[in-house]
Design a protein around this ligand. Structure first.
Ligand SMILES: Cc1ncc(COP(=O)(O)O)c(C=O)c1O
Length: 427
């Protein structure tokens, strides 16, 4: 079955789904919602496949997908069917009881990854908190380290809770939230010498490195892929020193890179890895996976009220099964290649503006020249005017993370819109 048959291009609605064909008035919203986000002046109310519509019925090609989250796009028939059935049957019960569909999802993840065991929660940050706790307990109970340290990368992103902003190697996320959580040190990404030094420098007294936590490709940090040689060496260092390797797969896991997990691009297996965003295609879920040897959690060590409830697990299981049934990983590889080719052609036509196009599968970045004034936000706004939604990954990188079901025609349309957007900024 082709993807086009599964998710047909919907007709453009004559009027908005709410029946109001008027610009959204954000006055009440702004008065009552905390201002933690810088928002674009756009209110979306309907989606289908890779397209979304605003309150005035204007159509956009969605290359943001809830920031690498809506794996199957919007209103995918399989996901609609599952969540509708599940909400009518049983949507939430406590982990005091067995939840069969949670077990099915865990088995699916175990069967499709290097993991042996899974813990379910609700977000990427929460999954990473679980990984940090597991690594610390392993350090205390197995490695006998009194003050365990976790090394993370500069320019990384691991979430917004206190422990995960500390793990995040970007001071801008930590500013004004001191005191941070102790036990984290930072090393430059893809720099093996710096990592080796950081481990040796720390190896004294009661303080030692117990884990290294890395993204296979740094998403928020500017769509920077990990280097094969670096990760092979990291794995070796971890094995030789009894250090756990934690991979944060929150943005790149669940098929986004054309493989189920980002680490598969690097020829290694982590001891612990985390997932969220795309796992249930936009229904909130998080998961922390580990190998059996480091699963030191016991009853009472960790918990989450909503974690692994039937609603979220049924959705994630459907996403996983749909990835397989519709051969979506192949689509990710082919459409990713097509997108990079198109973006590189644009870069070739604007050599003074575009520095580089890079990425894996359907997570790609276009980096603007550092010397020019144009920022990623400028391009994102100009693209929005052309009917294409994009998201920055830092001040100079424009990120392309469409649903994994995106078609060849939609990639072409997006590339045309980006080129028009760039042209509009240069004239
Ligand atoms: C690599 C990575 N880890 C963790 C997170 C945090 O996930 P959440 O926002 O679901 O807490 C993100 C979010 O962008 C991420 O990209």
């Amino acid at each position: 079955m082709s993807l086009e048959t599964v998710v047909p291009n919907p007709p453009i609605p004559a009027e908005s789904a709410l029946g109001v064909s008027a610009p959204y008035d954000p006055t009440d919203f702004d008065a009552s919602v905390m201002t933690t986000y810088g928002r674009f002046p756009l209110a979306l109310e309907r989606g289908q496949g890779c397209r979304v519509w605003d309150t005035q019925g204007r159509e956009y090609l969605d290359f943001v997908a809830g920031i690498a989250t809506c794996t199957l796009g919007h209103a995918h028939p399989a996901l609609v069917e599952t969540v509708t059935r599940q909400i009518k049957t049983l949507h939430h019960v406590s982990n005091l009881y067995y939840i069969p569909v949670q077990g099915e999802l865990a088995k699916w993840i175990v069967d499709h990854s290097c993991a042996d065991h899974v813990f379910f929660c609700n977000s990427g940050a929460e999954a990473n908190e679980g990984a940090i706790k597991l690594a610390r307990k392993y350090a205390h109970t197995v490695l006998d380290i009194e003050k365990p340290v976790i090394l993370t990368a500069k320019a990384s992103f691991h979430g917004r809770t206190l422990a995960t902003i500390t793990a995040t190697g970007q001071p801008k996320y930590q500013k004004n939230f001191a005191p941070l959580v102790p036990g984290f040190n930072y090393v430059p990404y893809n720099d093996i010498r710096a990592l080796e030094n950081a481990i040796t420098d720390l190896d004294e007294g009661n303080q030692r490195v117990c884990a290294i936590m890395l993204e296979a490709l740094q998403g928020e940090g500017g769509v920077r892929p990990g280097e094969l040689d670096y990760f092979l060496r990291v794995r070796k260092i971890c094995d030789e020193n009894g250090i756990l390797l934690i991979m944060d797969e929150v943005q790149v896991g669940m098929g986004r890179t054309g493989k189920y997990w980002g680490y598969e691009n690097l020829g290694i297996e982590p001891d612990i890895f985390t997932s969220a965003k795309g796992l249930a295609g936009g229904i909130p879920i998080g998961a922390m996976m580990c190998k059996k040897f480091c699963d030191v959690f016991e009853p009472g060590d960790h918990a989450s009220t909503f974690g692994g409830n039937p609603f979220a697990c049924a959705a994630a299981l459907t996403v996983g099964q749909t990835l397989e049934q519709e051969n979506i990983l192949q689509n990710v590889q082919q459409r990713g290649e097509q997108l990079r080719t198109r973006l590189r052609a644009i870069a070739h036509r604007y050599p003074n503006l575009v520095e580089e196009v890079r990425g894996w599968g359907l997570i790609n970045g276009m980096e603007l020249n550092a010397e020019i004034e144009m920022t990623s936000i400028d391009v994102v706004k100009a693209a929005m005017a052309e009917g294409l939604l994009l998201v920055p990954a830092g001040p100079k990188v424009i990120r392309f993370v469409p649903p994994l079901i995106v078609s060849a025609a939609e990639i072409d349309a997006a590339a045309q819109a980006v080129e028009k957007a760039i042209a509009s900024l240069t004239t």
